[in-house]
Every structure is written in C-alpha cells, then in structure tokens.
Write a protein of this length. Structure first.
Length: 375
C-alpha cells in the first residue's frame, strides 16, 4: 500500500512522520528547559527488548517502533527525554552515564523527566515502570480501602447519610495528608493523563478540573499531545499530586464524567423541547451545585477538626506540589474554557441536582495504576 508520497509504502510514511515528530519533541524539550546541546540523530528501531537507546559513538537516539505502536505518546516522550538526559550527560561530562548515576539524575531533573522514567527499567518496559511508581505503599492502600468503604456507604438512599459518608471520606483523606506532612514523610508525586481524543476541552470539563484543583489536593494542567495512530494532536490534561491524591482525583473525575449524562437523561424526560444549549447548561449547573456542596463540607471540616491549626503544613504541601508541577511544566499557560451561553432553567435544575450529588462508589486499583468505578 502506497502512502501520501505515492513512492513510499504506508509503513514508510508512518516511520517518517514518527521520526519527524520525535525530532520536534526533542527540539521543544531542549528549548523548553533551556538546554543547549547538539541535536542527536534520531532513528527508529525494531528492537522489542529495549525501547530506548542512546549510542554515544554515533551520538544517536534509537526509539523502538514497538514502543510507539503499543504505548501512549506521553510514555514515548518520557523515554525520549530519558535518552536526551544520557546525551546531556555525555555532552557535559564526556562520557555516557549508562549506570543512571548522580550526573544522570541531575540531567533528568533539568529535563523534567517524570520520576518513574528515571530508571533503567523504562528502556525495557515503560508501562511496568509507570505501574511500579504509582503502586501505593501499604499505608496508602489501607487509606483508600477505608475511603472505599465510606464511599460505598454513600450509596445510601438517605441523602443526609450519603452526604455524611462522603464528608467523612474527604476528612479521612485530608487528615492523612496533614499527618504525613507533620511526620515529614517523603511525598511521592505522580500524574495521570486524561485523554479523550478531542481537539478541545469542553467548558464543563474545565469545571471538573477546577473542582479537582480546589478540593482534591491536585493540580491539573492542560497540554497538547501527539497521537501516533491518528498522526494529529489532541488536548489532554495531566492530574498531578501524591499517589493517593491522584487516585482519588482521577476517580472523582470519571465519576462526575459518567454521572453527568445520566442525570441529564433524567432531567430531559419531563421536557418536550430543549434549547440547544440545555445539555451544557445542565452540566455546568450540576458541577456548580456539587462544588458548592464540597465548599460547605470543607468549611464544616475545617471548623470541627484540627485542620485549621495546620495552615503552615497546607502551605508546605502546596509548595511541594507546585515544585513538582514546575519541574514538569516550567512555563505554564492558563486556560479555563470558552465562555458559553446558558439556559437558565437547565442550569438551575442542574445546580439542584449537583447539591444532592454524592461520590458513592468504591475504588479499584488496576495494574496500570489507573482507577475505575466498581460495578
């Protein structure tokens, strides 16, 4: 099968596009982190044993086709940056720090390489490296199991009982967060990528991410990400924070994402006609009402617990998270979605439903480190 160039096969065309994108990613990374080194030669390999290799003799970086075909592009970027870190060490110190020692670690910090991607295992199996880094410690696992039980209780048909169960779950997470800070425990930060294969993020989705930023101890950043199958860029969002907070925030995101259309279906059953903006207006209303509920719970939680006495610890936690975020994204551009017209009836109805909404299902940790809703 011939590709767009007519004289090349589609496989050759794919390889050319992938190689060109790797070169762009490398240029952008070096420019973004203000690093001046000669650009290595980039090659695609068919090596299924090592997904990334820096060859100092040829001053070349090889990326495996298998990596690109089998894994999301954000993993490909981290493997690429890992190999660029080897090139940086070679240029600065005249040798290849293949043992991933002190110089290599400093190079990774300068290039914003994700923590899970700084070890030799990434070159062999990046998915396993991600899973190992996101694996919860026993204490964190026990915390989420307790939270899971509370959120299961939140399925109660009694609104007050359900709301109380969700509030207790949030108090448990907040108290654990502060106790870890007070004990000066090392915080392991990680991230997950929310990827819907869309060119834009809807305004109501921005509302979800704003809720996560405000109430779940995480930081959400939007960026553009290449897709190796479609050969185009999509808009994605990184949720960053400690391992347990990221899992809770990811769960909350998918819970809200899946609940919104269900609630809207219930709302429109009683309506013979709907304005064109009814769905988005209803979604925005639900999220506004849910945010108000979380704000009230947070106010009550601060008033009746020791959390209000730990302002300094909260500021420390925010600073640590900000450092992690800045390490990955030194130049952050903001965005909160486009302004949209709102149907007042749908918005107000959604707001009422949002005030009644409760996180009410348990968590399940998959091997990949992701979180899905239990059935």
């Amino acid at each position: 099968m011939k590709g767009p160039g007519l004289t090349e096969t589609f496989e050759e065309y794919l390889e050319k596009c992938w190689t060109q994108q790797l070169v762009r990613e490398a240029h952008e990374a070096l420019s973004y982190y203000r690093i001046r080194i000669p650009m290595p030669v980039f090659l695609l390999s068919r090596d299924s044993q090592r997904y990334g290799i820096f060859d100092p003799q040829r001053y070349a970086i090889s990326i495996s086709r298998h990596l690109i075909e089998a894994h999301p592009w954000d993993l490909v970027i981290e493997v690429l940056k890992h190999e660029l870190a080897h090139a940086l060490v070679y240029q600065q110190y005249g040798h290849d720090d293949s043992m991933h020692g002190e110089f290599f670690d400093k190079a990774c910090q300068r290039l914003g390489v994700a923590p899970w991607a700084r070890h030799a295992t990434i070159e062999l199996d990046p998915a396993a490296a991600v899973a190992a880094h996101r694996e919860l410690a026993p204490e964190e696992e026990r915390l989420l199991r307790r939270v899971e039980k509370l959120l299961s209780l939140a399925a109660s048909g009694n609104e007050n009982e359900a709301s109380l169960a969700m509030q207790r779950a949030r108090e448990l997470c907040a108290r654990h967060h502060l106790e870890s800070l007070a004990a000066h425990k090392k915080q392991d930060y990680t991230y997950v990528v929310i990827h819907h294969r869309k060119k834009q993020i809807a305004t109501w989705q921005w509302s979800i991410f704003n809720i996560l930023n405000e109430y779940f101890f995480v930081n959400c950043i939007s960026r553009s990400l290449f897709d190796a199958k479609d050969l185009t860029h999509y808009r994605v969002v990184d949720i960053m924070g400690t391992r347990e907070n990221v899992q809770m925030a990811e769960y909350a995101y998918w819970f809200l994402y899946q609940q919104l259309p269900l609630l809207f279906d219930q709302f429109r059953k009683d309506k013979s006609t709907q304005p064109r903006n009814a769905r988005n207006s209803f979604y925005m209303g639900v999220l506004r009402g849910f945010a108000e509920k979380l704000k009230k719970q947070q106010h009550d939680m601060v008033q009746k617990t020791e959390i209000r006495t730990h302002t300094e610890l909260v500021l420390v936690a925010e600073a640590e998270l900000e450092n992690f975020v800045r390490g990955r994204f030194p130049s952050i551009t903001g965005g909160s979605g486009r302004s949209v017209s709102v149907s007042e009836e749908a918005y107000n109805s959604g707001k009422d439903r949002g005030r009644e909404l409760t996180l009410h299902r348990g968590l399940h940790q998959q091997h990949s480190g992701g979180v899905r809703l239990l059935r």
